[in-house]
Design a protein around this ligand. Structure first.
Ligand SMILES: [Zn+2]
Length: 102
């Protein structure tokens, strides 16, 4: 499975490493380090991705014989809860692992 990184977070992480030039001298010029990183990232393929939003079902309240209402923590919508939902049908947020299949 492909993994994606947020560009600025990756640049920040790489800026924290000690960099050495080809002659063995430490590169301590932040602008030079950033320029190297941006040059490398410029040749890497980019993808438009949207972060996966996570949610939990909250305020579970029994309503009727076999129905339970629950509120999505991401969008705040209250729905008739189905235990097999892995996504909120209103906003599409993914249910956190610890609450799946309960
Ligand atoms: Zn939602």
């Amino acid at each position: 499975m492909a993994e994606y990184y947020e560009r600025e977070s990756l640049i920040d992480a790489l800026m924290n490493y000690t960099w050495w030039d080809i002659d063995g001298y430490e590169i301590d010029d932040c602008d030079a380090k950033r320029a190297y990183i941006e040059d490398w990232l410029a040749i890497a393929p980019a993808a438009n991705v949207r972060p996966v939003e996570k949610c939990k079902w909250e305020n579970l309240v029994r309503c009727g014989f076999a129905s339970v209402e629950a509120t999505c923590s991401a969008c705040g919508k209250t729905l008739i809860y189905k235990s097999w939902w892995h996504f909120c049908p209103n906003c599409g947020a993914r249910v956190k692992k610890e609450q799946e299949n309960k």
